[in-house]
Design a binder for this molecule. Structure first.
Ligand code: ADP
Ligand code: MG
Ligand code: MG
Ligand code: MG
Length: 401
């Protein structure tokens, strides 16, 4: 199309017009940039007459964070578009359709999902999503199993590992999730009211050992193709549909990192309910719903993953060696619990927070939510290598309340 430069809304329209089969020749297109502008531009392009619309996501060559900016590879746009297509093929209906990827402009043209809402927002509003646990557990089981050595030809898997090498985005995770929150780093950001909690994190040797082990797993274990950023802000949802977006952090890593991202964000919202539901009965009921969802996501994942293994397992010895599957599933649960905890802690004291807690107006409720999220997160990290069932996660959340 043309040499890389960040597009204007007008240019986005010109490109949309040039795409075959999307809009009719005389269509009057409007364009609106709707991204949050930290890493990427997102244009919503619409033809009012036909009510047809598309999304164009363009990667920026830098990340803007707290006024500073650092360079960030445009190759993540390739990774994102290729992973969206792969996810769509493995899990029909659970990822947006990709119409086009332009490498020059680092631009992905995809299905407009504006009839869905971002799940984080939906949970803050107190909505319940009857399809969610089933859909996301299908997404997790299929994307993880079918890209791993258990479900994919092992030579082909190595090609995939190469295809999705993503060092710069991994580095962000390695620093912001697995390092900075555990020391007095410049990137950290937290309310002075909880400085005591931050200082405890920096001095907790037991926690440091567990986080170092999780970090090492994230650095070294090419177990499956991960989404890499599977929080509730990367999930579009409505009553009858779930769509996973934004896999620019994708790489081959430990499966528990993706499952843990989902559980952590449910639990962050659980902690945030200090500020969202003032009626005690309402709050208890919604929290019970969130914990039930945590349990269903894990159980659904486990059942579907085991079923895929029975039906499509390709690795002879691990298919047949008695006890292998049990050892594997137990390790996966433990990893999931550890990563869940790590993803919670960083959202309270690290660089990037979540609206479920940060936008609580009442400062006392917000502080209680932050302390609760930290307490749950730390307890999960410390539990991880001893855990045997998902019910332990539920008990920890209930006990900390
Ligand atoms: P980033 O990587 O910058 O976080 P996202 O892919 O998460 O970008 O998109 C940012 C926002 O743009 C989303 O929260 C959503 O509001 C909007 N958006 C992204 N993709 C779509 C889509 N396919 N349909 C509708 N809106 C979208
Ligand atoms: Mg963003
Ligand atoms: Mg995003
Ligand atoms: Mg993103």
């Amino acid at each position: 199309m043309s040499a890389y430069h960040p597009l204007t809304e007008t240019e986005a329209i010109q490109i949309a017009r040039s795409l075959p089969d999307l809009f009719s020749g005389g269509a009057e297109l409007t364009s609106r940039e709707i991204g949050d502008g930290n890493l990427n531009l997102v244009f919503h392009i619409r033809d009012a007459a036909s009510a047809r619309s598309i999304i164009m996501k363009q990667a920026l060559p830098y990340a803007k964070v707290v006024g500073e900016s650092w360079p960030l590879t445009l190759d993540r746009a390739r990774i994102e578009s290729e992973v969206l297509m792969l996810e769509g093929a493995l899990c029909p209906g659970l990822a947006p359709k990709v119409y086009l990827y332009d490498p020059e402009l680092a631009l992905t043209v995809m299905e407009d999902l504006s009839d869905h809402v971002i799940m984080r927002k939906g949970l803050i509003e107190g909505n319940r999503y009857p399809r969610f646990a089933d859909d996301i557990s299908t997404f997790l089981a299929r994307t993880l199993f079918l890209t791993s050595d258990l479900g994919l030809n092992q030579q082909e898997k190595k090609e995939r590992v190469k295809q999705f090498i993503n060092p710069e985005l991994c580095k962000i995770t390695e620093d912001l999730i697995f390092d900075d929150p555990y020391r007095d780093a410049d990137t950290n950001s937290f309310d002075e009211a909880i400085r005591d909690e931050a200082e405890k994190l920096w001095a907790d040797g037991e926690l440091h050992l567990e986080v170092a082990l999780l970090r090492h797993k994230f650095l070294t274990q090419a177990q499956a193709l991960l989404h890499g950023d599977l929080h509730t802000g990367s999930i579009f949802i409505k009553e009858d549909s779930t769509k996973v977006i934004d896999p620019e952090f994708a790489y081959y890593g430990p499966m528990g990192f993706d499952i843990g991202a989902v559980l952590a964000n449910l639990l962050l919202n659980y902690a945030g309910q200090e500020g969202w539901k003032s009626d005690t009965a309402d709050r208890l009921a919604y929290r019970a719903y969130l914990l039930d969802t945590v349990k269903q996501v894990w159980s659904g994942f486990e059942a579907k993953f085991r079923a895929l293994w029975e039906q499509q397992g390709i690795d002879r010895l691990s298919n047949n060696a008695a006890g292998f599957q049990e050892v594997y599933m137990k390790q996966l649960l433990q990893d999931t619990i550890g990563f869940t905890g790590a993803k919670m802690v960083r959202r309270v004291v690290g660089l990037a927070h979540v609206a479920d807690i940060d936008t609580i107006e009442n400062s006392q409720a917000k502080e209680r939510a932050q302390r609760l999220a930290l307490a749950i997160g730390k307890a999960l990290i410390k539990l991880n290598r001893r855990a045997v069932t998902i019910d332990e996660v539920i008990s920890i959340a209930e006990q900390q309340t």
